[in-house]
Design a binder for this molecule. Structure first.
Ligand SMILES: [Fe+2]
Ligand SMILES: [Fe+2]
Length: 261
């Protein structure tokens, strides 16, 4: 790729975002498929917009839209597994592996350990907002409901203390959200529902084993959880995302985030 050509055309009059757009466009010229962004991706940049198909094609004559893997991302095997997503699509896995390692050390069941290992996959691999709900939905077809329900409910439970298991409101949240942050009514309602749920304690244990403070010296290894995953996560034979489960499309979107349709 020739970034110098792009840099040459960038002038000091350009705003930072104009420069970024310019570089992005240059990169598109270097690829043989036209890569597009979803509206959601623009929304997270603070813009309500989308590129029209016809206008984009006119800008890139002779090219087709990307309808498969994004060549800029790490390649994934033909039949990807959960571990392939961990290794090639999740931006960070330390927090998850450390939380699972702590749950294992505390002597919890494999389902709790798996729930800890997967509790924030939406944060590290998909969408932050409402991550407990997204994460639960992604894994629901492939795990015992104890695991998915636990992850769904940790979204609300982490804001509420439970002295019986020694869980207090995290100091980190005061630092992150301010002293006066109050969870929205839907979270308060979900907390009340979760308190009476048969898998309340699994959700609570996710919070208890949630390692808020990253420990750079902790020796953790994702591969040591391969057996727990193997026994408790029903890996589809077609590849995760290439099956037709109710959440396969979510995995597929992570697999091919810039597919045109
Ligand atoms: Fe979380
Ligand atoms: Fe977490």
């Amino acid at each position: 790729m020739n970034h110098h050509a792009a840099n040459d055309k960038i002038t000091s009059q350009m705003t930072l975002s104009e420069r970024a757009d310019h570089l992005e466009e240059q990169m598109m010229h270097d690829l043989d498929r036209v890569i597009t962004k979803s509206v959601f991706s623009h929304l997270t940049d603070g813009k309500v917009e989308m590129e029209g198909g016809a206008a984009l094609l006119a800008k890139h004559p002779g090219k087709y839209f990307n309808m498969g893997p994004d060549p800029r991302l790490p390649p994934m095997p033909e039949k990807p597994t959960l571990l392939d997503y961990f290794k090639n699509r999740f931006a960070s896995t330390n927090h998850l592996v450390q939380s699972a390692a702590l749950a294992l050390k505390n002597g919890h069941s494999e389902k709790v350990v798996l729930a800890c290992l997967l509790h924030d996959i939406a944060v590290v691999g998909f969408i932050r907002c409402d991550h407990g709900y997204w994460g639960a939905q992604m894994i629901e077809p492939y795990v015992d409901e104890e695991v998915s329900q636990g992850i769904r409910m940790h979204q609300a439970l982490r804001f509420f203390p439970d002295e019986s298991v020694g869980y207090g409101y995290p100091d980190m949240y005061r630092k992150y959200f301010g002293d006066d942050y109050q969870p929205e009514p839907y979270i308060v309602e979900e907390y009340k529902r979760a308190r009476n749920h048969k898998h309340y304690m699994t959700a609570r244990l996710i919070c208890v084993n949630d390692v808020y403070a990253f420990d750079p010296n902790a020796k953790v290894d994702l591969d040591s959880f391969e057996d727990v995953i193997g026994r408790n996560f029903r890996q589809p034979k077609e590849g995760l995302g290439l099956d037709n489960s109710p959440s396969a499309h979510m995995w597929r979107t992570i697999l091919w985030p810039t597919r045109f349709l």
